[in-house]
Write a protein that binds this ligand. Structure first.
Ligand SMILES: Cc1cc2nc3c(=O)[nH]c(=O)nc-3n(C[C@H](O)[C@H](O)[C@H](O)COP(=O)(O)OP(=O)(O)OC[C@H]3O[C@@H](n4cnc5c(N)ncnc54)[C@H](O)[C@@H]3O)c2cc1C
Length: 586
């Protein structure tokens, strides 16, 4: 057995585990990411192909898209993958993780055992299927990002499966009595238009469906689908019956496709199946218990938690028990939340295992709240919060719970890395831009220059929080510092239009709302000048490379002003800058 030691061990390489591992590694933490599939991304990978949804609920809540590492990944994908080819998205994820300093990726590696000393995890054991190697991976801190909460369960962490009674947390959307039911698993498919009629020969094992049986299941889009082909979670739990559920899902997918092709008029004569998933996406199994359990009320009332570190906003999307087997009910009920809501840090570490963080869909929520937090945009920002907390814990030799005492610092670190936390503003004492007098040659009404340092890096309701000017005016933004300062770093947050979707998807409707390539609003070329007594002492011609957050490192050049001059965008007529931060030499 090969034995290794890491400061932070992440098990599960879905969007939550990826963002956590990258966040920690970028902060110098020796990190391992153990993932049992050949490709990263979990339900967002080419193996399952679910689009990454989040608080914007498919663009229905403006300016709500998740930022930070997820935004960086998705913008890189937009730049490199204009036609949205899934294996290219896989490669973007692999590149981000594989080439990340301080991060060791174990692909095709299944965590099999957990070794504990009392209420601490000492190590996990894992088998790498491709090399037949076994590993003992010791760690200081661990993150369960397996979706199924298997790391926590094996370590003896408290967890819950199923639905709480409505009285347990006072939830109107919960059933009267508690039960073990969860949402089910699904297989997706993608079809293509061949431009000529294509027959479909139904396999002998596929099911048969009538229009009457599918009357509550929208199958008008014949290009991809269908999340409602969902089985398990009722009489058959999604873990122990996983293999037979997969077989039954295949029978259902091919049966639905047969209905579309051969069961009446669906406009699919020229369509042929181009891809069918064989690895079911899992929606729900264990939820690990933290110091706080997020509930329906928290989502509906958008409670302001002092320890908020992430946010959600997807509706409470509670699927019907038994999914596709229940023909008489709608497959889900969309219970809208009130805009976006905060997720407290106390939901992100185990109540009883003292070095275990929680991520992804296994965070500490009731079934009702989980039906909202489970979407991958939310999982990703939760992951970045955990990875950042882990880096603070490693440096201070603390456990996850003790980080609660310095959660204000955690919030500031997350904001600095372009995460958004409702109601939390930039209070970074090291940011010299906060002391600057900000002026501009031009601005459009409502987007005055000082908005670039007002502490919020996205539009919130009516407040733009952005300096914006017409690009044809060749505008520039000037930050005058109170004194001569040796400059070490300038950070910018540009406008990537957080109201338009950029997620990978197999769904034509979702893709048709998107623009190919980087967002047109985004600055492409710009200049950064450091000025001293009116003279340029350092000039940088910069390109955004399609990214929202920009970092410019400087060798301590002394200046008393910074000028930023937009040159071109990716097509838009205006240039927008949400935030400028200036850091000096320590
Ligand atoms: C059909 C379906 C449709 C959905 N639709 C959407 C949607 O449109 N948009 C959206 O955002 N969300 C959607 N969801 C929900 C969302 O996909 C999940 O809640 C989300 O993927 C959870 O993220 P995660 O990172 O916790 O887990 P996952 O994405 O499941 O990633 C966890 C990974 O950990 C790995 N793993 C598990 N155990 C081990 C182990 N022992 N060792 C090593 N690795 C392990 C798994 O292989 C898995 O890839 C959908 C879910 C399903 C099933």
């Amino acid at each position: 057995m090969n034995t290794y030691h890491y400061d932070f061990v992440v098990v599960g390489g879905g969007m939550s585990g990826i963002c956590a591992a990258i966040a920690a590694a970028r902060r110098g933490v020796k990190t391992a990411l153990i993932h049992d599939r050949p490709v990263l991304g979990g339900n967002a990978s080419s193996e399952i192909r679910m689009h990454i949804c989040g608080a914007d609920h498919h663009m229905s809540v403006p300016n709500a898209r998740e930022t930070g590492i997820l935004e960086e990944i998705l913008l890189e994908n937009k730049r490199r993958n204009p036609e949205m080819v899934y294996p290219i998205f896989d490669s973007v994820l692999w590149e981000k993780v594989h080439y990340q300093e301080n991060l060791t990726l174990y692909l095709n590696t299944h965590m099999t055992e957990v070794l504990c000393d009392g209420d601490r995890i000492e190590a996990v054991c894992a088998l790498q299927m491709t090399t037949q190697k076994t590993f003992r991976i010791l760690g200081t801190l661990f993150l369960d990002a397996t979706g199924d909460g298997i790391l926590g369960a094996k370590a003896g962490a408290e967890y819950r499966i199923g639905r709480e009674s409505s009285s347990q947390y006072g939830e109107s959307l919960a059933p009267e009595k508690e039960d073990p039911y969860t949402m089910g698993n699904s297989l997706m498919f993608k079809a293509r238009d061949m431009g000529h009629e294509v027959p479909f020969i139904k396999p002998f094992w596929a099911n048969t469906y009538t229009e009457e049986q599918l009357r509550l299941r929208d199958h008008s889009d014949v290009t991809s689908g269908y999340w409602w082909i969902e089985l398990g979670g009722g009489e058959r739990d999604v873990i122990s019956h996983g293999e037979e559920l997969r077989d039954d899902l295949l029978k259902a997918v091919f049966g639905v496709w047969d209905h579309i092709k051969n069961g009446g008029e669906h406009g699919a004569e020229c369509m042929e199946l181009e891809w069918v998933g064989f690895l079911p996406g899992k929606r729900e199994s264990r939820r690990l218990i933290g110091d706080y359990v997020l509930t329906e009320k928290d989502c509906l009332e958008s409670i302001r938690f002092d320890d908020a570190v992430a946010y959600g906003g997807w509706p409470m999307d509670i699927h019907t028990v038994e999914g596709f087997l229940n023909e008489s009910d709608d497959p889900t009920v969309w219970n809208q939340v009130n805009g976006i809501y905060s997720i407290p840090y106390r939901c992100l570490y185990s109540k009883n295992i003292r070095n275990l963080f929680l991520g992804g869909r296994a965070i500490s929520c009731s079934h009702v709240a989980f039906s909202s937090t489970r979407v991958m945009g939310t999982c990703a920002v939760v992951g970045q919060a955990v990875g950042t907390a882990a880096s603070m814990a490693v440096k201070r030799n603390l456990g996850p719970r003790e980080i609660l005492d310095c959660v204000g610092e955690l919030q500031q670190e997350l904001l600095k890395d372009d995460c958004y936390i409702p109601f939390i503003t930039n209070q970074d004492p090291d940011d010299f831009a906060r002391q600057a007098v900000v002026t501009a040659t031009h601005h459009i009404p409502g987007c005055e220059p000082e908005k670039a340092v007002n502490g919020v890096a996205r539009t919130v309701k009516e407040e733009s929080n952005c300096w914006r000017a017409a690009i044809e005016d060749r505008p520039s933004l000037l930050l005058s510092l109170p004194e001569k300062t040796p400059i070490r770093e300038i950070r910018l947050v540009l406008d990537s239009n957080l109201s338009r979707e950029i997620t990978p998807s197999i769904n034509q409707g979702v893709l048709s709302r998107q623009k190919s390539g980087p967002p047109s609003e985004l600055l492409k070329d710009y200049e950064v000048d450091i000025l001293l007594e009116g003279e340029v002492v350092e000039h940088m011609a910069a390109q955004s490379h399609g990214q929202r957050q920009q970092q410019h490192f400087i060798d301590g050049t002394v200046g008393d002003a910074i000028r930023i001059s937009p040159i071109t965008t990716y097509g838009g007529r205006e240039a927008g800058i949400f935030e400028v931060r200036i850091y000096s030499c320590k």
